[in-house]
Design a protein around this ligand. Structure first.
Ligand SMILES: [Zn+2]
Length: 214
């Protein structure tokens, strides 16, 4: 930030909606108010997810972040892709060729108008200098929303829900919005591997602290 910008910001602080709580407030460069900034938790290193070569997430899925994610997924707040992406980093030693967002079923895409993970992937593409390929993976089963399901039910719900096109030799960064049980990322990684992917890394915008079982 230049000196004049710093001075201007000090004289005329920006009062716009906070990305997390959506209230009008003075916000930081990430679009977050002071109260929410204090509650944000960067995700610590997490246990490895089965079928992947690495797993990382941006933020812990705390109460405020849950609300922001809800607006992002169901409230048309597409601009929040930039906010979530800004906390996401490639893991150490990841050498990737392409970013693949977790797909949503075309029926849901029609209803919602966008795939939130694809929006995040587009932001990451700029940040990481990697291309996005939305054609490699598709959702072939229209699954129920995972939110209200138990761990077991979630696993069954997404089983064989994805199909991958041949991706021989590619190292892929798989991008998802929220990792809870890990069953979605597991199924996606499995499909990409079966289609020949050399490596599959999983990168989620948010993760809860529930360790993946199985
Ligand atoms: Zn806030």
């Amino acid at each position: 930030m230049s000196l004049s910008e710093t001075v201007l910001n000090a004289l005329f602080p920006k009062h716009v909606a906070c990305s997390v709580c959506n209230r009008e407030a003075v916000i930081n460069e990430k679009g977050v108010c002071t109260a929410c900034e204090e509650k944000l938790r960067i995700c610590p290193p997490l246990p490895m997810l089965s079928q992947t070569d690495g797993f990382a997430a941006g933020l812990l899925y705390t109460e405020g972040i849950k609300q922001a994610m809800h607006r992002f997924k169901y409230g048309d707040a597409q601009y929040l892709a930039e906010f979530f992406a800004s906390y996401m980093r490639l893991g150490e030693g990841w050498e990737a060729d392409v970013i693949v967002p977790v797909p949503i079923h075309k029926k849901r895409l029609r209803a919602r108008g966008y795939n939130q993970s694809a929006l995040i992937a587009q932001c990451l593409s700029k940040a990481f200098g990697l291309r996005v390929d939305e054609t490699l993976l598709s959702r072939i089963k229209s699954t129920r929303t995972q939110t209200a399901l138990s761990v077991d039910a979630r696993r069954k719900n997404v089983k064989a829900a994805f199909a991958a096109r041949p991706c021989g030799g590619l190292s892929i960064v798989l991008v998802d919005d929220v990792k809870t049980t890990g069953s979605t990322l597991f199924e996606c990684a499995k499909a990409l591997r079966a289609a020949g992917a050399r490596r599959v890394y999983a990168l989620a915008a948010c993760a809860d602290e529930l360790p993946y079982q199985g």
